[in-house]
Design a protein around this ligand. Structure first.
Ligand code: FAD
Length: 465
């Protein structure tokens, strides 16, 4: 049997290759590292996490990304299996030891009898005689391939910049000032309620920090990069600060649910949180501190934070390119490139956002390719499921767009309940009363997640392994 080619051994490509092989079909997985590197990857490993080590909330009942975790587990996802195996404590989030995680994904693919891994760059769209191919080359797709995609699509594939957060050596944090606590003492899987290191700021310290952040020297943008949008969830900290002096205090530096263990009577004005970054617990990343400040400015500004006066940085924050397709225009509902239908796309390059979302699109692309190979039709994942919702965001899928409203401007997005269809019937209290406010929002999410996961389970049991 002719192999199905997967280009890019990141999160999406690894998942797609796994799904295809587990369904009994041969795969050739092409990964350009180590021969050609990207601006963000630091290792040669497959499925390397380029920034945060968190897969975000693991709460399937109340959170859309938690719901997506659950669906991926139902689909026997390799990425979720490896994440579960290499979990580190992180409150209600699923965070992983990045090295153990990547090694375990690579080993599973290497040992699979139906998978061949080739360490080479594919510098352009694959020729038709390769047959079925999935391109999952991510936000840092090599320039040669990007250019060739552009040539074939003749449309507006965009490039924009994204920032990564610094990582600090734990033993350089002053624990006489900082303390361990998860927000609201939340105990998540493998956690203790004390998973984060917290650094308190008084009003004066906060104001001085904001001033320094805004004044700090930034990496300059080239003209054409000037108007490029960031991922909403990954805004550079100084860009957030520039939007308003209080923005950070209501965002990543919010003090809610945290009590200074060294001084319980004084409520901190703002709190900087650091989250465990490796299994050993020796490294902590600064939550929400992705930045385009120059390296020198970063050490100066971040050492103003109480507890981090002598911080040693294992990695400073930085800026990276991101490439994604105008998918609603160029892809069909099964992720095929309309201009070259032997090619499917998967992962972040399709305009989803995030590790888990990229994995989910890899999973779907793999399943679609398998069914095509077997000459079988496959229904799209249910619109009520989180996977269906992502697919709808990318390709339009189930949703018929109203063209009278003009062309839709397409932006990458994380999974969220807003991408799911509204409930037909609102949940009520046990005695049949209408819910209001926060209670209503919570009940709505729980019901959407329950129905979506149920529908997904039915779908995957029909189309899955
Ligand atoms: P990747 O994981 O990047 O995998 C693509 C692979 O393809 C790479 O291994 C690359 O080497 C290879 N490749 C590229 N071109 C070729 C070619 N021509 N031939 C062969 N191989 C090729 N998401 C989060 O959820 N949390 C975060 O904190 C986060 N931070 C990010 C920070 C940065 C700087 C960037 C750029 C993105 C970040 N993202 C984050 C977004 C996104 O979820 C990740 O980039 C994720 O890794 C995307 O998965 P992927 O499989 O699509 O791409």
């Amino acid at each position: 049997e002719k192999p199905i080619h997967v280009i890019g051994g990141g999160l999406a490509g690894s998942e797609a290759a796994w799904q295809i092989a587990q369904h009994g079909h041969p795969v050739v997985l092409h990964e350009m590292r180590p021969h050609r590197k990207t601006d963000a990857h630091q290792t040669d490993g497959l499925a390397e996490l380029v920034c945060s080590n968190s897969f975000r909330s693991d709460d399937a009942e109340n959170n859309a990304v938690g719901m997506l975790h659950a669906e991926l587990r139902m689909a026997n996802s390799l990425i979720m299996h490896a994440a579960d195996k290499h979990q580190v404590p992180a409150g209600g989030a699923l965070a992983v030891d990045r090295e153990g995680f990547s090694k375990s994904v690579e080993a599973a693919l290497q040992e699979h009898p139906l998978i061949e891994i080739r360490r080479e760059e594919v510098p352009g769209l694959p020729p038709v005689d390769w047959g079925s191919t999935i391109i999952a080359t991510g936000p840092l797709t090599s320039p040669a391939l990007s250019e060739d995609i552009l040539k074939h699509t003749e449309t507006d594939a965009l490039a924009f910049f994204d920032a990564i957060a610094p990582i600090v050596h734990k033993d350089s944090i002053d624990m006489d000032v900082a303390w361990y606590q998860s927000r609201y003492d939340k105990v998540g899987p493998g956690g203790t309620g004390k998973d984060y290191i917290n650094c308190p700021l008084s009003k004066e310290q906060y104001e001085a920090f904001i001033d320094a952040l805004i004044a700090g020297e930034k990496t300059s943008f080239k003209d054409w990069e000037e108007n490029t949008p960031y991922f909403d969830g990954c805004l550079p900290i100084e860009v957030m600060a520039e939007r308003g002096r209080e923005t950070l205090r209501h965002g990543p530096l919010k003090p809610m649910g945290l009590t200074n263990a060294h001084n319980p009577d004084v409520k901190p004005y703002a709190v900087v949180q650091l989250r465990q970054d490796n299994a050993l617990g020796t490294l902590y990343n600064m939550v929400g501190f992705q930045t385009k400040l120059k390296y020198g400015a970063q050490t100066d500004v971040f050492r103003l934070i109480p507890g981090l006066e002598n911080a040693q940085f294992a990695r400073l924050g930085g800026l990276h390119r991101n490439t994604f397709l105008n998918s609603p225009k160029v892809l069909n509902e099964q992720l095929k490139l309309k201009a070259a239908p032997h090619v499917r796309f998967a992962g972040q390059i399709t305009g989803c956002e995030g590790y888990v979302e990229s994995t989910a699109v890899g999973c779907m692309a793999g399943l679609f390719a398998v069914h095509e190979r077997m000459n079988k039709t496959i229904d799209l994942p249910p619109a009520t499921s989180a996977m269906g919702a992502i697919l709808n965001h990318i390709t339009g899928g189930h949703i018929s767009r109203n063209d009278a409203e003009g062309p839709r401007s397409f932006q990458p997005m994380n999974i969220n309940f807003g991408l799911l269809p509204p409930l037909e019937e609102m949940p009520k209290t046990v005695d049949g009363k209408r819910l209001r406010g926060k209670e209503k929002t919570r009940a709505k999410k729980q019901e959407m997640s329950r129905l979506g996961r149920e529908a997904f389970q039915k779908w995957i049991s029909e189309v899955g392994h």
